[in-house]
Design a protein around this ligand. Structure first.
Ligand code: SAM
Length: 273
């Protein structure tokens, strides 16, 4: 992409602005999304419209959430697209997705090439609103996607893996080189599909308990569970739940974390948010 193709816009580092220009990657994302007119599509961080335009070419209406006032204004005033766009100029971390879904009368289909500096907090925020989301297609830092899909026993397996897999079915789609962006980021990227479970595979009565147990266990991931979880559960309690206290956080499956969370939820005084 040339400077000219950035339409005179000076990319802002603090907004994580890396604009997609690789047509193959753009087509791959739109194909994975497979937008259908009438769906409640919402793009996070449309920027200069690299994904916005081809999605609109499939017809229908699109809501976009863009923090950069200048970029939001461009879209609002766009000669061709403006009347098919609802532009929300706001920090996505403060958006009420439940209200958006209620306005549209159906769960949302979210997508975007996310600013990498907010991607993890955004995912945690969205998981809490998962009941209002049909699916999500994200471009993320490859290292974050590795964590989303990681299985027990791997280095990438952590709190983000357990909570993502509790809330969503996760599908790795494809890797994206830095050269697909202007300016190129310093890291590799990848595209992932997250589909919130309608019925979680292992229901947890109090999701805060799951969040807490993951936070405490992975904060000291090198320690055995007997030590890392000592404030929450004793070794005999772990054994009674069928969990070996000499294991480490990275060895437990999602099902085992859910079992621990359900036990913790029986003693609500132990749960902190
Ligand atoms: N979608 C465009 C593309 O693929 O070329 C731009 C992607 S760029 C990586 C991220 C976009 O998110 C930028 O347009 C940036 O201004 C916007 N953004 C950054 N932080 C944001 C936030 N907190 N809320 C909403 N948008 C944000």
């Amino acid at each position: 992409m040339t400077e000219r193709a950035l339409l005179g816009h000076q990319p802002r580092k603090r907004f994580g602005q890396h604009f997609l220009h690789d047509q193959g990657v753009i087509a791959g994302i739109v194909q994975a999304l497979a937008p259908v007119p009438g769906e409640a599509l919402v793009e996070i961080g449309p920027g200069l419209g690299a994904l916005t335009a081809p999605v609109l070419q499939h017809g229908g209406h699109l809501t976009v959430i863009e923090l950069d006032r200048a970029l939001a204004q461009r879209l609002q005033q766009h000669a061709v697209w403006a009347n098919r766009l609802t532009v929300i100029q706001q920090d996505v971390l403060t958006v009420d997705f439940k209200a958006l879904a209620q306005q549209r009368g159906e769960p949302l289909r979210l997508f975007g090439n996310l600013p990498y500096n907010i991607s993890t907090p955004l995912l945690f925020t969205l998981f809490e609103q998962a009941a209002h989301i049909q699916d999500m297609h994200w471009m993320l830092q490859a290292e974050v996607v590795d964590r989303l899909v990681a299985k027990p026993g791997s280095k990438a397996y952590g709190r983000l893996s357990v909570l993502t897999q509790y809330y969503c079915q996760v599908g790795y789609l494809f890797p994206v080189p830095a050269s697909a962006f202007q300016p190129p980021p310093k890291v590799l990227s990848a595209v992932v599909r997250l589909t919130p479970h309608r019925q979680p595979p292992y229901p947890v009565a109090a999701p805060q308990a799951l969040q807490q147990i993951c936070r405490v266990a992975f904060n000291q991931r090198r320690k055995t569970l007997r030590n890392s979880l000592r404030e929450l559960l004793t070794a005999p309690q772990l054994l009674a739940l069928g969990i070996d206290p000499t294991l480490r956080a990275e060895n437990l499956t999602l099902e085992q974390y859910c079992r621990l969370a359900n036990h913790l939820a029986l003693q609500p005084s132990n749960i902190s948010s």
